[in-house]
Write a protein that binds this ligand. Sequence first.
Ligand code: 4AD
Ligand code: MG
Length: 460
Amino acid sequence: MKKYIIKDLLNSTELNRDVEIKGWVRTKRGSKEIAFIAVNDGSTIHNIQAVASIVLFGEDLLKKITTGSSVRIKGELVKSQGQGQNVEIQAKEIAVYGTADETYPLQKKGHTLEFLREIAHLRPRTNTFGSVLRIRHALSYAIHKYFNDHGFFYLHSPVITGADAEGAGEMFRVTTLDLKNVPINPDGTVNFKEDFFGKPAYLTVSGQLEGELAALALSKVYTFGPTFRAENSNTPRHLAEFWMIEPEMAFFDINDNMDLAEDLLKYVIAHTLDACKDDMEFLNNMYDKELLHRLHHILKAPFKRMTYTEAIDVLKSSDKKFEFKPDWGLDLQKEHENFLVDHFNKPVILTDYPKDIKAFYMKLNEDGKTVRAMDILFHYSGEIVGGSQREENYDALLKRMTEMKVAPEEMKWYLDTRRFGTAPHSGFGLGLERLLQFTTGMTNVRDVIPFPRTPKNAEF
Ligand code: 4AD
Ligand code: MG
C-alpha cells in the first residue's frame, strides 16, 4: 500500500479511500464502544484521529495503544463526524509496534520547558519541540537555498583546527594524549609532538579563516556547520556548541556585507513564515502573542544602521538607568542592545567599533581607532550577526596580529592570502540558534537545539 504522511492526509479532499498511517499515539479516549486514537508522525503539528470499534479490535489490543506507543493503522479516510478535524480514519486494521508503559514521561500536556530539557531524548515528541525542529529545518533549508540562488558555494570548513580564529582563547582542546601520563619537554611544557596531530589542536570557534581562503578563489562562499566555544557563559543565549553560517565574499565592502546580511535574514524569515504556518501559529499562541507581528514587522522596513559611536551617544542621552554605564570603548551589554532595538523598533546594525574590543582580522578605519565591524542586533536574541570587512593589507594585518598577540608564524597560510593577489573582502557569522530564538520566540537558546551543550552539561 502507498505510504502516506499525516500532513498530506489532513489536507486531502480525496475521501472514502483506504489509507495507512504510522506514528506515535498522543492520546486515546472514548466510550465503551469506540476509541478515538490521536496519532502524530511528526510531519505536522496536527494529529490524525483514528476511530476504532472496541468490539472489532478487542480490549486487549486497545490496551496496548497507550500514550507514546507507536502504531500502524489502516482504514478508510472519511469526513470527520466530530469537531476539531476535517477528516478521520475509520480503522480496519491496527498493529502496535511498541507500546509505552505508564512511566512514559509525556503522559499529560503542560510540562515546563525546564523539565523537558531533562528529557531531551523524548521532547521531540511534544508539540513545542516538533514545531521548533521543523522550523529549524525550514530555516536551514532557506539559508542553503538563498546562497545557492545567489551564486555562493558551500564550503566545508574543518571542525578540528590549530587556529584560534577569534583570538579569544576559548577553544576546546582535541587530544589523544593520556591525561594521566602527559609527555613533558625538558622545559616543563607539554610535548605535543607526541599528540595525534603532532601539535596542539582544537575544535573550531569559527570557519571564517578557511572561508577567506576559499573566497579568494571562488569569490562567494559560505560555511554552515557546528562551532565550539569554551566560554563559561551560563546565559539564555550562549551554547558551548552552536551552528554558525559564515558567508565570505571577495570584492565586498562593509556596505555590501550589510546589504547581504539584511537581505538574507529577511528572506529566510519570510520563507519560514510561509513554510511553517501551523507551527508558527502554535508558538505564537502558546508562548508569545507578539511573535508573528514582530516577524512580519521586521520584513517591512530597512534595518536601522548606525555607528557604534552614534549608538553610545543615543544610550548616554537616554533617561534610562542602566546597570552598566555605557561608555565609548566598552562592549555593549545586553541591556544596551535591548534598549537600542526597542528605541528604533527594528533590528539595528552597528558598525565601526573600537578596535580593542574586536578581532584582529577586521579592517582598520582611517581614524586608526575603529574597525570596519558590523553587528546586527535583534529583539531579545541580541547580537544575531557579527561580521566585518577584513584587513586585506599585509603590513596592516601583521601589525594588528602582533598588537593582539596572535602568533603570525602559526598563521602563515592566512597571511599568504595577503601576499598573493589580496583583494578587499568581507563576511559575517550568523548564529543559527540566535536566529531560531528570534523566529520561534523561545526565550532560552537551550530550547532551539536538539541536544544543548552548556557548562557542566553534555547529556545525550
Ligand atoms: O561574533 P562572532 O564571535 O563572530 C565570528 O565568529 C566571526 N568569525 C564571524 C565571521 O565574521 N565570519 O559570532 C558570530 C555569531 C554571533 O553573532 C552569534 O549569533 C553567534 O555567532 N554566537 C553564538 N551563538 C550561541 N552561543 C554562543 N556561545 C555564540 N557565540 C556566538
Ligand atoms: Mg560577535
